[in-house]
Design a protein around this ligand. Sequence first.
Ligand code: HEM
Length: 287
Amino acid sequence: MDAIKAITSDRVTFRKDAVSYEPLNYYGKNIISTEMSEWKRHRAIAAPAFSEANNALVWTETLRIITDWFNQLDATQRTEKSASNNAFSDLAIEVVSPMATLLITSAAGFGRRVSWEDDSAAPASGYTLTLRSAVITAVENFFFRMLTPDWFPAISSIVKVPFLSARVHATQQAFEELGRYMLELVSSARASVVEGRSSASSAALLHNLVEANTSPEGGSKCLSDGELLSNIFSFLLAGHETSAHSLGFAISLLALHPEAQSKMYAEVRKVWPEGSGTVGSSSVSFD
Ligand code: HEM
């Protein structure tokens, strides 16, 4: 325990592997890719958003999103009786966990409250990719994007090279659409910052980041335009992929260990004998 404490709290001796995070600096530097005084500045801006009020918001948003998903699943199963349990668990691990965690991160951190249905089927109007596809494609092609000069996409759309042109196009599209999704988030938050509304709103993280972007340059709580976009991108990514993988493993392990599953279920029933009852007026049943 003492060793864990020392490693996680002594940031001078145990530094993070900042070099391996360099690809995250595409838009600018961010809380993940920086160290020492630069990191402290990013941290001081973002940290206050992770409060008890925000934890409560994460919980209500999780209930809303999972209830949305269950409702959609119920409707589908009424028409597709053949859906097997295996298909359900594969779906839960590969699709649902990352979808759910991205929707929760973007709602609780950035005030983007969309329904399950809105984001699972089709991209938003004016886009060819959903937010999740744009985030994932951009991440998967980060190195590729960094290694290709800016004039390359224009050339490759004229001179078609098998596989390469398609990848160049997909990468360019993902970065362009992700940039637009992020700017939409920024412009919705800028109004509340300009009007002087408090950060105790639903999008405390975004509010704090945008507020720092409007602070005088060089200040201890200031973010440049590039750092603003870079932090939004990093939180979207860090907040959803990690939680999705943890959930994926948790679901698989619970399926492999029914005794642990029963224990967990009993504890859930003890805390909420009547279901959670906190999504709008309808209760979430655990039966
Ligand atoms: C089960 C879920 C999660 C796991 C396993 C996880 C894991 C980690 C690990 C291992 C680090 C340290 C990386 C390093 O120092 O090299 C880290 C840092 C970080 N994580 Fe997570 N994380 C999770 C959830 C989240 C969520 C939900 C968010 C945001 C909403 C988030 C945002 C961050 C940020 C911003 C950092 C950098 C912090 C700093 O350097 O000050 N993570 N995470």
